[in-house]
Ligand binder design. Sequence first.
Ligand SMILES: Nc1ncnc2c1ncn2[C@@H]1O[C@H](COP(=O)(O)OP(=O)(O)OP(=O)(O)O)[C@@H](O)[C@H]1O
Length: 228
Amino acid sequence: MIRLNDVTKVYPNGSKGVEGLNLHIKKGDFVFIVGSSGSGKSTLIKLLLKELDPTSGEIIINRVKTNELSRRQIPYLRRNLGVVFQDFRLLPNKTVYENVAFAMRVIEAPSRIIRRNVPAVLALVGLGQKGRSYPNQLSGGEQQRTALARAIVNNPPILICDEPTGNLDPDTAWGIMQLLDDINKRGTTIVMATHAKDIVDAMQKRVVTLKRGHIIRDIEKGGYDDEA
Ligand SMILES: Nc1ncnc2c1ncn2[C@@H]1O[C@H](COP(=O)(O)OP(=O)(O)OP(=O)(O)O)[C@@H](O)[C@H]1O
């Protein structure tokens, strides 16, 4: 589903984001990417999203070599990837319903399907009653649920999460993790970069540890790496 072959990213100023990464993520996996600040987590996420291109090596997502995609083809890659960020990134002037519907309008989904799928996904994330609210009328947890609904409404096979619980209190963070676990159990592959040791320890999923741009540990099922 996702494969990195000897991927290196050197930034224009010469600093190395990641170096020589080899990683295979199978369909249905739930993978935590951990590592201290500056270890390369954000660089890896940006490479997966093709916000950055590798300096060398190749990245394959759903059998497509993303290096070879033209700018025009990037939207097709993005359809395979739902994304959730730490800071939610909702559109402030749109309601919860419209924030989610917007993701469907972008891919030109028919109105009939939008009217059917948006309420269904809002119910799934526990926001069935909040469709008319604006982001500034929501708690942080509700905003992140909205972002999650938007990320999954088009049914992407892969969900990329960059520190999705970073702005949330522990109870709210657990609610989000429960949702991610449910989404994963429905078959979506999840890659989540995080610093949240307690969450990683409790979930007992695959954990990939980065240090200075290298993978130093990759375990199938386990806790946070205290070396990270
Ligand atoms: N735009 C950039 N230009 C130059 N160097 C960069 C840039 N972005 C990141 N780096 C460098 O790449 C390395 C990895 O950074 P990255 O942001 O991927 O780490 P991170 O693990 O996501 O950190 P954090 O947990 O603080 O977000 C660091 O040495 C950083 O200084």
